[in-house]
Design a protein around this ligand. Structure first.
Ligand SMILES: Nc1ncnc2c1ncn2[C@@H]1O[C@H](COP(=O)(O)OP(=O)(O)OP(=O)(O)O)[C@@H](O)[C@H]1O
Length: 267
């Protein structure tokens, strides 16, 4: 199990522009009588890799689902790139550039890696009819899809069916399909979950590489990945923000240590 003190940030620290691309104010989600997310303020700096961490049941996934518009908040607002997106649909904010990975996932196991990325590209253009268009029109999409496969290290597997890819390569393919949407902000929900040790490093490297020129928000249980990858970390507990800072700051915070110690028994 990873401890809070493993790893160290390879980034210089938070970006200093103060320019936030994604801002949540007073975000809350009630399930029945239970507040899973309670009055959360979040400010994601443009160009940063920002993690949401916290012990089991802290509200990370609920918060993530609110940010990606998979869930509607009970109260609060979300601004993306200067627009109030609180009432918008996930598909519309995805077209604006707020994209969750696996939103358009490799859910076509019997299509090749290339075909999967091509479908994602077609969706990102918002016109499914192109799917049935002539081969001539599909050709530029193939080139773009190949380029994306190259970026995630799958160029030599373009013709392999998604079902036949290893778990780590499937995740890489999912990142390629996400990149097809040209996200300004890419949100990744536990990208290394269920991965063997051998896949974790390449996927971490891939996230670092694809984060260049964009913002990444990540929910991740593996704290050594958070330590090496993330500029900024928000720690949630009982649906509320416990603290926020660099990994060095949050990992030395007594409240965070005790929140995690409390969480160990729940595992
Ligand atoms: N649809 C739902 N209905 C009722 N309660 C829910 C629902 N979704 C989440 N919860 C509750 O909200 C709380 C926060 O859950 P959430 O999944 O957001 O936490 P988490 O930090 O992602 O946890 P984990 O690390 O275990 O994945 C939990 O107590 C959970 O049981």
């Amino acid at each position: 199990m990873t401890t809070l003190h493993e790893g160290s940030s390879m980034h210089a620290g938070p970006t200093t522009t103060g320019d936030s691309v994604l801002v949540a104010r007073g975000l809350s989600k009630r399930f029945g009588g239970f507040m899973a997310v309670n009055n959360v303020d979040l400010s994601i700096r443009r160009g940063s890799i920002h993690a949401l961490i916290g012990p089991n049941g802290a509200g990370k996934t609920t918060c993530f689902n609110l940010l990606t518009k998979t869930l509607s908040p009970t109260s609060g607002t979300i601004d993306f790139d200067g627009h109030d997106i609180t009432q918008m649909r996930a598909a519309d904010v995805a077209r604006m550039g707020l994209v969750r990975s696996f939103q358009i996932s490799a859910t076509f196991p019997h299509m090749t890696a290339l075909e999967n990325v091509r479908v994602a590209l077609q969706s990102s253009y918002g016109s499914t009819y192109r799917f049935w268009n002539s081969l001539k029109r599909v050709e530029p999409l193939n080139e773009r899809a190949m380029h994306l496969l190259e970026r995630v290290g799958l160029a030599n597997m373009a013709k392999v069916e998604a079902a036949d890819l290893s778990y780590g390569k499937k995740r890489a393919l999912e990142i390629a399909t996400t990149l097809a949407m040209e996200p300004k902000v890419m949100l990744l929900d536990e990208p290394t979950a269920g991965m063997g040790h051998e896949d974790i490093e390449p996927i971490t490297e891939l996230i670092r590489e694809t984060a260049k020129g964009r913002t990444v928000v990540i929910v991740e249980h593996n704290l050594s990945i958070v330590a090496t990858l993330c500029d900024r970390i928000t720690v949630l507990q009982h649906g509320e923000v416990l603290t926020e800072g660099t990994y060095a700051e949050v990992s030395s915070d007594e409240r965070v240590i005790s929140a995690y110690m409390g969480g160990v028994d729940e595992d």
